[in-house]
Write a protein that binds this ligand. Structure first.
Ligand code: GAL
Length: 915
């Protein structure tokens, strides 16, 4: 390949200097507000078939993985990192300077070595012929289309979801730069690249960011060709064995081009704080950092106006902050602090008892009366107090955490972020009564935090799953020493203005819990870094092993326990187990040792179940481990949905509730997990996704959903029966019936005959009729609260599947090429009852301005590729996801057919998005 780009540095530098002076002069006369341009469209993508044939532009060496233990239990202690001989050819020294803006001590800043690695490499050149490459639109996850890697000893195992997320790939795109941009600074903003991103522009290595979960910015300006083509080339190198879950691969979040004046608000450069918050008034503090890259000393004026936000649009102006004049020397950054008081502020608070009101601060920077930058910061006004004897007080109301942990994948859509998919997840969680989310175990897409702000969730934003010690051979421990400070600061700087975030977490079950003072020292360092960025919020790090008398816990402001609250492996079945964590309930010792710190359970349960699968016999315990014949079946690789079963170190929901109720000072819990996620399919590593979700991978509630709802929404009249009542092989056999209700008493009927009325005892959360003898017909549960009728439900034996019913979460979607409708398919009998065992294959077709992008059914063992338009139902249900086509409005018709069943159709409408 001919290399068109030949660096000739001297004339370039000269040209650049002349341009620089010219630009700086013009800066003062031309009004300009920053532009944030989405560059998600128009990428070319190529992934090497194997690392062996890839180029040699690698970030750093990685240890060879000789033994693989894909199905390692999650609580296996982390081990020490391997020492590697640094390679001279590695590009790491060129990438490390990208971290400098996030390293406080200037003496620790990295200096870029001489030279221009890769300059002659054909893929970096604008004339390189990439016509044969795939056309992709971001957010893009290169692995989610599969195929799944089935069977033993696959390259990617069950732990990482059996999908081809590993590998080395390039993304190429030209960016639109105009002659009129000459006076501007041009940044590339990448919200997330999985992983080891290295970015070249016009053959120059600009920088990069290895950690796949943080957002980062690169300054393209010095390498921009203002008169011609500008070729971006991004190399990603996603290692296998890098995670305990499915990481996805690629430019999986939004990518932007930001054009600013030379004097502009710095990256993530505004900080809003609120204090003295009451219904009558609130003090708003705003810190604005302004960068002067004009080459001259300058003087600017800063003024900020505060508006309400109503349904996402700017409402009334509420306050104008004092105008400030500031001198900034060439090359410096100035910090401008202003405050104002808002009368009768509308407070941000979690639903349903409060409302998540938001405000917008619009900051205008001007020079000699000419606008040079406008910067928007959304925020909320809320008062958060941490009461060690009760939990978290939001605006003086105690909000017990009814939380879930969530990984970043969106089920069948993979890691590629999509706002409508994330909003659907949050709606389903909200309906269950969830009011808090722990971002396990990394910072999420920025839009997810916008949603949690708008929808009123409390959030723990978490940065790391491992530090120096490794959990998997290629996880974050490889880059921790070089990047821990930058990654910790980047999370806080990006996310600090989100009112939903209440706690920062700097680790999850890290191996350093086991290293006494050494580990505690790293913890202290990380906590201090976060506190330095944001003194207003507490820090924590989740502990599944460290105890109250160990130094590890002392660095954190909030105590986060994983599974230790209710105790770990206390059942006699574990008596002979000696090499795993065994812990008596730990709320007491931690509360005693840290009477001034709030305690919460950052992970509870890790219960497991497969939606709609019921296995016999049913345990008579409240909480049971999973074994064959005891809630599990390794032949079919499913776990019983009687919802009594948990991983060895976990507990059923019921056991967790009892423990929380016996320790009322606990701030609450984050269940592991809300939704099933790709990877970590404990206990059956042949599968593709986890069994831990309260909701399956397709978004369909398992029975546990109603158990949580009964506790978390006590005012919602509801009652739920399990199992289904289609058991032709169980006639005359004992078939336990369990009932969840927000009432306190239930009478159960089988075919009109009462099986007795039962009341919830103290510390019990379900009503059980364990000796019901199965006969087909109808189960009916009538629930009472305080003696009065509360709610009722029935479960009936159904006929054979006869027809297909379809139900869209949204019948109207925006014609923007991104919006989605999630259509639930139900296989029903002639009476319209869902057949709970139906597994017929459905074939989907779409007509009109929409496309089917994925199908699923929530079955962890289903290895049909997600984009397939044919999908077997799993226990009566399937899912089809339809996406609009940009700019095309009109009727979208989705047809569902299945052999022997009546075909069915559903109509959606794609409408124009309001500007
Ligand atoms: C925890 C861990 C989670 C997940 C979970 C599965 O120990 O923190 O990331 O692995 O176990 O049960």
């Amino acid at each position: 390949m001919k290399n068109r780009y030949k660096p000739n540095r001297k004339p370039l530098v000269l040209l650049f200097l002349i341009g620089f002076l010219f630009m700086s002069c013009k800066d003062s006369t031309e009004s300009f507000n920053r532009e944030r341009i989405s560059i998600n469209e128009g990428w070319k993508f190529m992934k090497y078939d194997s690392p062996e044939i890839a180029d040699s532009l690698f970030y750093d060496l990685r240890p060879e993985v000789l033994t693989v233990n894909d199905s390692k239990a999650a609580d296996t202690p982390a081990t020490e990192a391997e020492k590697l001989q640094a390679s001279k050819k590695a590009l790491k020294p060129y990438i490390l300077p990208t971290a400098n803006a996030f390293i406080k001590d200037p003496s620790k800043h990295h200096t870029r070595p001489e030279g221009h690695p890769g300059t002659d490499f054909p893929l970096l050149q604008s004339n390189f012929d990439d016509n044969g490459w795939e056309n992709v639109t971001l957010p893009h996850d290169w692995a989610i289309a599969g195929p799944f890697q089935e069977g033993p000893n696959t390259e990617v195992g069950g732990g990482m979801g059996r999908l081809p997320s590993n590998g080395i790939a390039w993304y190429r795109r030209q960016i639109d730069i105009y002659k009129t941009d000459k006076d501007k600074i041009i940044y590339l903003d990448i919200d997330g690249a999985m992983s080891y991103a290295m970015v070249w522009l016009n053959g120059h290595l600009v920088g990069g960011w290895p950690y796949g979960y943080n957002s980062f910015r690169l300054d393209l300006t010095p390498h921009i060709n203002f008169e011609g083509i500008n070729q971006l080339a991004i190399r990603l190198d996603n290692p296998n064995h890098s995670a305990r879950w499915y990481p996805g691969g690629g430019l999986y979040r939004n990518v932007w081009l930001t054009k600013t004046s030379k004097v502009h608000v710095a990256h993530w450069g505004t900080t809003v704080t609120t204090s003295k918050v009451s219904k009558a008034s609130a003090r708003i503090g705003l810190k604005v950092q302004v960068e002067n890259r004009s080459g001259f000393d300058t003087e600017i004026e800063t003024i900020t106006k505060i508006y309400t936000i109503n349904h996402g649009t700017v409402g009334k102006q509420m306050a104008v902050m004092e105008k400030v004049t500031t001198k900034i020397q060439a090359g410096n950054t100035a910090t401008i602090n202003t405050t104002t008081t808002l009368e009768n502020p509308k407070l941000w608070g979690p639903l349903p008892t409060q409302t998540p009101h938001l405000y917008r601060a619009i900051t205008h920077i001007s020079h000699n009366g000419v606008d040079i930058d406008t910067y928007t910061t959304d925020f909320g006004i809320r008062d958060i107090k941490f009461d060690p004897n009760q939990g978290i007080m939001v605006n003086n109301e105690l909000i017990k955490l009814q939380g879930v942990n969530e990984h970043h994948d969106l089920g069948a859509l993979g890691a590629a972020f999509n706002v409508s998919a994330a909003a659907r997840k949050l709606r389903i969680l909200k309906d269950m009564g969830v009011n808090a989310i722990r971002m396990a175990h990394n910072p999420p897409a920025p839009e997810l935090l916008e949603l949690t702000d708008k929808m009123g969730f409390l959030v723990i934003d978490e940065v790391f799953d491992s530090w120096k010690r490794k959990k998997t051979p290629h996880d974050f421990h490889l880059i921790f020493p070089d990047w821990y400070e930058a990654d910790a600061r980047a999370m806080v700087r990006r996310d600090k203005n989100h009112p939903s975030i209440v706690i920062w977490s700097y680790g999850n079950e890290v191996g350093e819990q086991y290293t006494d003072v050494e580990g505690a020292t790293i913890g202290k360092t990380l906590s201090a870094i976060i506190k330095d960025e944001d003194p207003t919020r507490p820090t924590t790090s989740a502990m599944n092993w460290a105890k109250s008398d160990m130094p590890f816990a002392s660095a954190m402001h909030v105590i986060s326990l994983n599974y230790q609250g209710e105790g770990i492996r206390q059942d006699p079945i574990f008596d002979t187990v000696t090499d795993r964590i065994k812990t008596k309930p730990q709320y007491g010792p931690f509360h005693e040792k840290f009477p001034n710190k709030v305690i919460l359970s950052s992970e509870t349960a890790s219960a497991a179940s497969s939606r709609g699968v019921y296995l016999f016999p049913v345990s008579d315990m409240t909480s049971s481990p999973i074994r064959d014949g005891m809630g599990g079946d390794s032949n079919i690789k499913q776990v019983s949905a009687y919802e009594l079963y948990a991983v060895d170190f976990g507990s059923s929901a019921d056991k967790v509730f009892a423990s929380l109720d016996k320790h009322p000072y606990s701030a609450g819990e984050f269940v592991w997990t809300g939704f099933d996620y790709l990877g970590e399919p404990t206990p059956y590593y042949e599968s593709r996704n986890s069994y831990n979700g309260i909701i399956d991978l397709a978004g369909f509630p398992k029975d546990r959903y109603y158990l949580y709802q009964s506790r978390w929404r006590p005012d919602l009249p509801m009652v739920h029966i399990l199992p289904h009542w289609n058991w032709p092989d169980r006639i005359g056999k004992t078939t336990p019936v369990h009932v969840f209700t927000s009432g306190d008493e239930v009478e159960l009927f089988l075919n009109g005959i009462s099986l007795g009325r039962k009341k919830k005892e103290a510390f019990t959360y379900r009503l059980r009729w364990d000796d019901v003898i199965y006969q087909p017909g109808e189960l009916k549960a009538v629930a009472y609260k305080k003696g009065s009728f509360w709610s009722q439900t029935t479960v009936k034996t159904t006929g054979e599947p006869a027809q297909i019913a379809a139900l869209a979460d949204r019948n109207e979607i925006y014609a923007d090429g991104k919006d989605l409708s999630f259509i639930t398919i139900q296989l029903t009998d002639t009476d319209g009852l869902i057949v709970p065992t139906a597994d017929n294959t459905i074939v989907f077709e779409v007509e009109g301005p929409g496309e089917i992008i994925a199908t699923d059914n929530g079955d962890p063992t289903d290895m049909t590729e997600f984009p397939s338009t044919q999908r077997k139902a799993f226990n009566g249900l399937a899912l089809v996801v339809v996406r609009s086509i940009a700019g095309k409005t009109g009727k979208i018709t989705v047809t569902m057919e299945s052999d022997g069943l009546k075909a069915s159709q559903i109509e959606l409408t794609a409408i124009q998005k309001k500007p």
